[in-house]
Design a protein around this ligand. Structure first.
Ligand SMILES: Cc1ncc(COP(=O)(O)O)c(C=O)c1O
Length: 463
């Protein structure tokens, strides 16, 4: 990628004595994660491109883990934010009534909810996805007066204790340091623990008063699992689950934090199945500009909260309301954006299936809309996925990994990415896969003996 002239930046920020990343390594907690995979110091973002302080540009196929569906710093939003700041508009306002919030609510109701015949009330939570999930679980338990929540293998819902209780990943669960209770897991359809009759099993267990399982208050799921490895639940499964939940008086919660806001094509990921969840969690890209915001949508009769029963200081990020309104107005007033997402998704799918997957047997491709995964579980394993991500980064492409043992290369480009940049990123990915696949013996094994890459079994060093 081309170098950019960053003289002004360089003048304002002279290079640190110990090297560009020394301050982070010495003073920032060991818990740092993404920066280990992408060890550049970034200074600018525009559209689908990131620029590091050494001037190197990167194509961003990670998009803030799905928080930047509309790309970095879109001008039409930036202008509104600047105007608001210049007029000394509010930045923070707890959950007070403000003009910015009213305009967001109006836009969201009229452009997103009403055309889809969704009659939800909106609850603004603390700003993270985990806040939305915690809120949804608490509400479901309050409504149903039952403690248990059903979840799915491979499900990933956030890092707070309540969220971890419904998250599958053992390593993440262990980090809670306490017993994670009041949850029960079922095999996710299409995932590695898939069984042909999950719904039948759930139905039997829910129906039998002697099954040993207390009826859950709710079932929570991602209709396309993100961190779990890009597994797409079939629409008929979602319809069956909706029917099962209704019949047993169990609430259905869709965690659309990563798969929502257009990521799978439609605004909500469940639209493709024609189902209406009882509760929906949104975060990440709802803030429009990467600004923190999260909300819970609930069917009207579920809104049994007493005033102030669930509060939080940061429920009124006014800049996020302004950015979110602008993004919804610009992209969701017609179905054109959905068509564009699906067209670009088709381009990604064709390239992955026809040009990249054939580079080696065993690569599995999965996805929907602009949410794609290339799984190397049977094509070299975690170390190969890690090496491909590393070589992509060296060539100027940011792609993260996910799934069991991080074997899946995850593609989450901004939904607004230009075709030329998308193709350029895919070409980098192609070249990295081809290069790694062509290596007869690998030096990839972290600390291990060189082995043929396609029979490689060692677990990669974690991120
Ligand atoms: C599906 C899903 N739910 C919840 C979360 C948690 O969001 P946050 O990291 O903002 O707490 C994530 C984050 O990646 C997610 O992908």
């Amino acid at each position: 990628m081309s170098k950019q002239n960053l003289t002004i930046h360089e003048a304002l920020h002279p290079p640190p004595a110990g090297g560009p990343t020394a301050d982070f390594e010495q003073h920032e907690s060991n818990v740092r994660s993404y920066c280990r995979s992408f060890p550049a110091v970034f200074v600018k973002g525009k559209g689908s491109l990131l620029t590091a302080e050494d001037g190197k540009q990167y194509i961003d196929f990670f998009a803030g883990a799905g928080a930047l569906n509309y790309g970095h710093n879109p001008d039409f939003i930036k202008e509104r934010l600047i105007r608001h700041l210049e007029e000394d508009g509010l930045t923070h306002a707890l959950d007070m009534y403000t003009a910015a919030k009213r305009e967001f609510i109006h836009e969201f109701v009229h452009t997103i909810l009403q055309p889809r015949e969704l009659d939800y009330r909106i609850q603004f939570c603390g700003p993270t996805g985990a806040n939305a999930v915690e809120t949804a679980l608490k509400l479901a338990r309050l409504v149903k007066k039952r403690p248990t929540i059903g979840s799915f293998t491979g499900g990933w819902h956030g890092m707070s204790a309540g969220c971890l209780a419904v998250t599958g990943n053992r390593e993440n669960r262990a980090s809670a340091g306490i017993a994670l209770a009041n949850s029960v897991f079922f095999p996710y359809p299409a995932g590695p623990t898939h069984v042909p009759n999950t719904l039948e099993y759930m139905d039997a267990i829910f129906s039998d008063a002697n099954s040993g399982l207390d009826l859950p208050a709710a079932i929570i799921l991602e209709t396309v699992q993100g961190e779990g490895g890009i597994y797409v639940a079939p629409p008929e499964f979602l319809r069956g689950l909706r029917e099962l939940c209704t019949r047993h008086g169990v609430l259905l919660i869709v965690d659309d934090i990563q798969a929502g806001c257009g990521r799978t094509g439609d605004f909500f990921s469940f639209e493709r199945a024609g189902v209406t969840p009882d509760i929906v969690c949104l975060s990440k890209s709802i803030g429009g500009y990467g600004l923190p915001m999260s909300l819970v949508l609930m069917k009207r009769d579920l809104d049994i909260w007493k005033p102030g029963e669930h509060t939080g200081t940061f429920r009124g990020n006014q800049l996020a309301f302004i950015a979110a309104k602008a993004a919804i107005e610009r992209y969701w007033s017609s179905s054109a954006f959905t068509r564009e997402i699906l067209r670009k998704g088709g381009l990604v799918e064709r390239t992955l299936r026809q040009r990249i997957a054939p580079l080696h047997t065993g690569i599995e491709v999965r996805g929907l809309g602009l949410m794609w995964g290339m799984d190397f579980a049977r094509a070299g394993g975690p170390a190969v996925a890690k090496e491909i991500s590393r070589r992509c980064f060296q060539r100027g492409l940011i792609v993260e990994r996910c799934g069991r043992d991080d074997t899946v290369i995850k593609l989450l480009p901004p939904l607004t990415i230009e075709d030329a940049v998308l193709n350029q990123g895919l070409q980098i990915l192609h070249d990295a896969v081809r290069e790694v696949a062509a290596e007869p013996r690998t030096e990839i094994a972290a600390g291990g003996a060189a082995t043929p890459w396609n029979s490689f079994r060692l677990r990669a060093a974690r991120r």
